[in-house]
Design a protein around this ligand. Structure first.
Ligand code: BES
Ligand code: MN
Length: 459
């Protein structure tokens, strides 16, 4: 076993160039799930992933339609008696805009220094390919796989995985596995391999404020008409108090307090105030003062404005009193919070606080609950040992602030736990201009996945 493990790791080291060329091909497909214009690219990305699985020797590969974007399913059950690992991934990416802030085109991946730049390089085409490359290295050197494999690579994670619950229910039996390997998270730092055991949930909204029947001259009507942009700003400003707490009715009702033991775990992570200041470039941190920064991100719920739109924002000046204002809002949720209840709380807040001078309309998009994963399952031990074998240091265990809806969905609909990691770094610019993947870390990640597969196969 040690011999085949080493041979596979050696293969992975020898084939880095080829792995990189393939990843660039994947990243060059603009698979933006939220953009209707990208529908053909979504199909192209799904087909690309399916072809990769077939090349790997996965016998059964299907591109299964959903009411949204297709799901790539794969299956190889040639290791009777061995555990079955369900590999999760998503081939969709976030929109690339604002395009003018990219130093190279988002879908023309480019290596600069130690990084590959391109939308989706880190989140998560690189992570999907880390697993597939590890499988390839194992297959090429051992002739087979040490575990049974199933693959679920979806195209809607970046829009909240709306088609997935129905799919999981429909293919419930086929998807049965010992656990899910989910590499859609990231690392604390390049020298700090990380296992994620918690992810926040999410609920997303659009709030539209309207006032006059059309845009008005701000001189002729300013003073008698409540400006919708101002009304929206006032409503948003009231959603937090001076201590960074969300004021929506019932918002914290179901939040599970952080235990003393877990507080001690959070305090041990190398994620202090200085870390967040350095990562973000803000002049000072903000938020609930009684919680550590990593607790505020990992274990406390939040409300954010994701976008604002109103009035004239072009060059120069226009004295307009806009007829409308719009905000995109989202709440990050922690375990035990119910997305629908949070939506009801926001609606109630608006009913209580919206002034009679404007009309409002709230649209709730999809939501998904938070998850906590079992850290005592055998897959976590296998992963921990694999990461330690490559990095020479024990991994950190972390609750992430991001959301990966499939994790809670698999728990509730399939009874399957996830083992969650990833080889992206905090400065990878996820969802932002100049997303990148740190290649030396990615290559280590591929070798860690080789170790992991052998650990599972021999457990
Ligand atoms: N991979 C991310 C989530 C993530 C990022 C986990 C960093 C851990 C560290 C994922 O693809 C993502 O961004 N999800 C969206 C989901 C949303 C659109 C429903 C998110 O969290 O905003
Ligand atoms: Mn992702």
């Amino acid at each position: 076993m040690t011999h085949s493990k080493q041979a596979a790791r050696e293969f992975a080291r020898q084939n880095r160039e080829q792995f990189l060329t393939q990843l660039k091909e994947f990243v060059s497909i603009p698979s933006v799930s939220t953009d209707p214009d990208c529908k053909p690219d979504m199909s192209r990305a799904a087909a690309w992933v399916a072809a990769q699985l077939k090349t790997l020797g996965i016998e059964k590969v299907d591109i299964l339609p959903t009411t949204g974007h297709p799901i790539v399913y794969g299956e190889w059950l040639g290791a009777p008696g061995k555990p079955t690992v369900l590999v999760y991934g998503h081939y969709d990416v976030q929109p690339a805009d604002p395009l003018e802030l990219w130093h190279s085109a988002p879908f023309s991946p480019e290596v600069r220094g130690e990084n590959l730049y391109g939308r989706g390089a880190s989140d998560m085409k690189g992570q999907v390919m880390a697993v597939l490359n590890a499988l390839r290295a194992v297959k090429e050197t051992s002739g087979s796989f040490p575990v049974n494999l199933k693959f679920l690579i979806e195209g809607e994670e970046e829009i909240g995985s709306p088609s997935l619950p129905k799919f999981l229910e429909q293919y419930r039996n086929q998807l049965q596995a010992d656990f899910c390997l989910n590499p859609d998270s990231g690392m604390i730092g390049a020298e700090h391999p990380t296992i994620t055991y918690g992810l926040r949930g999410i609920m997303t909204f659009e709030l539209r404020i309207s006032g006059p029947k059309s845009d008005l001259h701000s001189g002729i009507y300013g003073g008698v008409v409540h400006n919708p942009a101002v009304a929206l700003a006032e409503l948003i400003a009231g959603m937090h108090d001076a201590n960074g707490r969300v004021t929506l009715p019932g918002f914290y009702d179901d939040v599970v307090p952080i235990s003393e033991a877990e507080h001690a775990d959070f305090a041990r992570l190398p994620l202090d105030e200085a870390y967040y200041l350095a990562q973000t470039g803000v002049p000072a941190l903000w938020g609930e003062p009684e919680y550590l920064p990593d607790e505020r991100v990992g274990a406390r719920p939040t409300l954010e404005v994701n976008g604002l739109l109103s009035g004239f924002t072009g060059t120069g000046f226009k004295t307009v009193l806009p007829a409308q204002a719009m905000a995109k809002l989202s709440c990050r949720l922690v375990p035990n919070q119910n997305p629908a209840k949070i939506a009801a709380g926001l609606r109630q807040y608006l009913e209580q606080h919206a002034p009679p001078t404007i009309r409002w309309e709230l649209q709730a998009f999809g939501g998904s609950p938070a998850s906590i994963s079992d850290v005592n399952q055998p897959g976590v031990k296998a992963l921990s040992q694999a990461l330690e074998a490559v990095w020479g240091t024990r991994p950190f265990f972390k609750r992430e602030g991001g959301s990966v809806p499939v994790v809670a969905q698999m728990q509730s609909l399939l009874g399957i736990e996830s083992v969650i990691t990833g080889f992206g770094l905090p400065d990878d610019n996820l969802h932002a201009p100049n997303e990148k993947l740190h290649l030396p870390t990615w290559y280590r990640g591929i070798e860690a996945m080789v170790e992991f597969l052998f650990n599972i196969g021999h457990s």
